[in-house]
Design a protein around this ligand. Structure first.
Ligand SMILES: Cc1ncc(COP(=O)(O)O)c(C=O)c1O
Length: 466
């Protein structure tokens, strides 16, 4: 028997069997475990992880979903969290706590045009808060009466809850979970490689942005209150809009008084070489949501950050019976939990003091240059990205751009993994378009490590496609 107090101890064979018996894994068809053992990760250091069988892997995904920005095994985060837990583990966010104040101050230092921070637990929840803010404002603000609808973009992902799924432009992720919420309006994506308007950049008048106005006019501008976008679409295939895109889109939003919600859940905190993904553009969102890299996933934390004008909508008069309920009536048990704030403060300190943005710019450019060289293979249709965030779109043929099949993609991924390198991919997102491999290593990665990852991808390409 394992001593109950030694929670880090385990018996390998027992864990392998119990994994199948008791766990329901995320985004996994469990029949695969009839023939294969689930990989159980037990340890991490830097950008390396070790599984329960003792195999070591180089992780080019920052923990599977691009979030462990400062790498694994940061004692200083663990120690800071431990100290805080001993002092004060929890009290609900209806009261204040010192770590939340300090981290909100830090966030606003990084977002000088924004004024108030609302904490929650996950990216989905941060986006739900943004939607609730838009909806409640459409009830209580005389200027925004009836503006309850949220626009969202094809191929973007905003989370797993029914509200966030209602705002998600990924047909396969949504399949089977409808009906979705009323009041969410989709507009086309802006990926040049598969331009929804059949145009080429340089000769297109940025229709992907301009034509959104037609949809707004058709829907009724007086009904639309918010528009959510990812600065660079992540799970939808690492799609980076052209420089003109966001200024045009925001111009349209301003014209119709639509609050722009920037989902920085993946791009925020340095992933793309700037602290925020939207800083690559001349754009100033009204609401910014964030999660994942906020605390480098050492703790669960998300935030919804707004401008003063939005906060002011909710400044009701408690003594007025007509007005007293017009504050933001929302709560999240773990939103603002003390130890998550400490993890976020320490993770952010590491990002700043180790100049991880500088590393992301330098090593990211190196990584993308090396990936660009893979275009020599007929199966590599497109290579795109920014900073330490890159996608390779695989096709049957460069000219027709016909995507590779699911089974070719699965083989390719398996062939990378067989070399002890973990990469990601568009996964159960689209019908026929889950053909982008993505690389998003921790921001501490070195050029030598990039060489190992890209070599593994190249070998896998040769093995899979001949
Ligand atoms: C852009 C984006 N927004 C929101 C989410 C949802 O975050 P969470 O899984 O923490 O709810 C994700 C998750 O991958 C994401 O990629």
């Amino acid at each position: 028997m394992i001593d109950k107090k030694d929670w880090l101890a385990y018996d390998t064979e027992e864990m392998v069997v119990a994994d199948k018996d008791v766990l329901w894994h995320h985004l996994k068809p469990h029949r695969v475990f009839d023939a294969a053992e689930q990989m159980i990760i037990v340890e991490g250091k830097g950008i390396m992880v070790t599984d329960i069988r003792g195999r070591e892997y180089m992780d080019a995904t920052s923990g599977g979903v691009w979030s462990v920005l400062v790498g694994y095994g940061r004692d200083s985060i663990a120690e800071a969290v431990c100290e805080q837990l001993k002092k004060m583990p929890y009290f609900a966010g209806v009261f204040g706590n010192v770590p939340s104040i300090k981290f909100a101050q830090k966030l606003l230092e990084k977002l000088p045009n924004h004024d108030k921070v609302y904490f929650s637990n996950s990216g989905s929840e941060a986006n739900e808060k943004a939607f609730k803010i838009v909806r409640q404002a459409s009830r209580i603000s005389p200027d925004r009466k009836g503006k309850y609808k949220i626009m969202f973009r094809d191929r973007d992902y905003h989370g797993t809850t029914i509200g966030a799924m209602s705002a998600t432009g990924q047909a396969q992720r949504r399949e089977g979970f409808g009906p979705f919420l009323e009041g969410f309006v989709e507009f086309p994506h802006c990926a040049c490689y598969r331009c929804p308007h059949g145009k080429n950049y340089g000769d297109c008048d940025i229709e992907c942005a301009r034509k959104v106005e037609d949809i707004i006019l058709k829907e009724g501008p007086g009904t639309i209150g918010g528009m959510i976008v990812e600065p660079i679409t992540a799970g939808g295939g690492i799609l980076k809009p052209v420089p003109e895109y966001y200024p045009i889109l925001q111009g349209i939003c301003k014209k119709y008084d639509i609050w722009m919600i920037m989902d920085e859940v993946v791009c925020g905190f340095g992933r793309t070489g700037k602290f925020w993904g939207h800083e690559h553009y001349d754009v100033d969102p009204d609401i910014i949501t964030m999660a994942k890299g906020l605390a480098s996933s050492y703790e669960a934390l998300s935030a919804t950050v707004v401008k003063q004008k939005i906060y002011d909508v909710f400044l009701c008069d408690p003594s007025d019976p007509e007005d007293r309920l017009n504050y933001f009536r929302d709560i999240s048990t773990y939103g603002g939990c003390t130890s998550a704030m400490i993890a976020a403060l320490e993770s952010t300190r590491i990002i700043e003091e180790e100049n991880l943005l500088g590393n992301t710019i330098e090593v990211g450019a190196y990584m993308i240059e090396k990936l660009e060289a893979l275009r020599k293979y007929n199966c590599v249709g497109d290579v795109r990205g920014e900073g330490l965030f890159a996608g390779i779109e695989f096709v049957q043929d460069k000219v027709t751009k016909e995507p590779v099949t699911e089974s070719q993609m699965a083989q390719l991924m398996g062939n990378v993994m067989a070399q002890n390198v973990i990469v990601g991919r568009t996964n159960s997102s689209f019908h026929g378009l889950n053909n982008t491999m993505n690389l998003a290593p921790s921001l501490i990665i070195t050029k030598d490590q990039v060489d190992i990852i890209v070599a593994a991808v190249e070998t896998a390409i040769q093995k899979t496609f001949g």
